[in-house]
Write a protein that binds this ligand. Structure first.
Ligand SMILES: [Zn+2]
Length: 323
């Protein structure tokens, strides 16, 4: 008897360590709120942290941080370029060598693997630039030396600020379920127009005028004509993913570049535009071309959205039938 109950207690405590998604997000949020400053709101810290987490997810050459906060300082940034101690944790000598490392949790050490030390160091770095959005962008540019990093972090900032949460992972199928549609795994197929290109997306066939919905939360990064895609919209989400919706008959009225959209919102209507100069239409049957591109810190690569589409379609049907 005694043995059984003691084993089950041990088991329960290991299970406790496996956090649910909601608990994980709450833990992160607690850190951001604790370390935000009057001039550096939580969504600045949260956006930088999410950007780095996204990169770590797709880059095998960057070690994945196991802690709550994903932000990783390089040894040079943390300890100072000329510091002979690459893993210096002594605040005084780090300061002497011009490193950014600081002690946030008050244990006397500036540890770049400690969440609180990392957040304090980031807040103090940002504080050094000033209070405007332009100051923040300049700080990002100096830190990452990458224009895409600045753009994508600012998109995440906008999303977090607008919705007041970091829980923006809801997705849906990009065609309204009330309408007829069909699709298969057309990823990688050869295409007839525009030379030798492989098909970086999935075609969802539907009638002209069928509403197209945004599959994710995001910021409209691109909207207009493209000779391949016709009238198309590109939306960047909080996972550094760029969702591409092409061949639209028209856009939803009132939308423009820079707008923030919510999962399931109508963004346009199925058409057959593209494969030529502006206004070209009817060169193929009407369909939505849907693609996803992900930024890995250096380049953007396309990946097959077919498995996601199957999943989102199933989930959307379930929600619909429970209404
Ligand atoms: Zn296509």
């Amino acid at each position: 008897m005694w043995n059984i109950s003691s084993t089950s207690t041990v088991k329960a405590s290991t299970e406790d360590e496996v956090r649910t998604k909601a608990e994980e997000l709450q833990l992160r949020m607690d850190y951001y709120v604790r370390y935000q400053e009057i001039l550096i709101p939580w969504y600045y810290l949260a956006a930088i942290d999410q950007y780095e987490r996204n990169i770590q997810d797709v880059r095998p050459d960057i070690p994945k941080k196991e802690s709550v906060v994903a932000i990783q300082f390089s040894d040079e940034y943390w300890s100072g370029v000329l510091n002979p101690m690459k893993n210096d944790m002594v605040p005084l000598s780090i300061k002497f060598f011009g490193g950014m490392g600081l002690d946030g949790n008050g244990d006397g050490l500036a540890d770049k693997n400690d969440d609180e030390d990392v957040l304090l160091a980031m807040v103090m770095y940002l504080n050094g630039y000033g209070i405007s959005e332009e100051d923040f962008k300049l700080a990002l540019w100096d830190y990452y030396k990458n224009e895409q990093a600045v753009i994508q972090i600012m998109d995440i900032v906008k999303l977090y600020q607008k919705f007041g949460t970091i829980d923006l992972d809801t997705h849906t199928f990009p065609v309204a379920l009330e309408y007829e549609f069909s699709y298969g795994n057309t990823w990688g197929a050869n295409r007839g127009w525009g030379g030798r290109r492989t098909h970086e997306g999935i075609d969802i066939y539907a009638r002209y005028g069928t509403p197209v919905l945004t599959a994710s939360y995001g910021v409209i990064e691109v909207m207009g004509w493209n000779e391949f895609g016709g009238w198309r919209i590109g939306i960047r989400d909080n996972h550094n993913s760029y969702h591409y919706y092409a061949h639209l008959e028209s856009f939803e009225e009132g939308l423009q570049e820079g707008d923030i959209v919510k999962t399931g919102q109508v963004i346009g209507y199925v058409g057959s535009t593209g494969y030529g100069k502006e206004g070209t239409t009817g060169k193929f049957p009407p369909h939505l071309h849907y693609g996803i591109y992900k930024f890995n810190g250096r380049t953007e690569f396309a990946f097959n959205p077919y498995p996601s589409l199957l999943k989102w379609e199933k989930e959307a049907k379930k929600i619909k039938s429970s209404k």
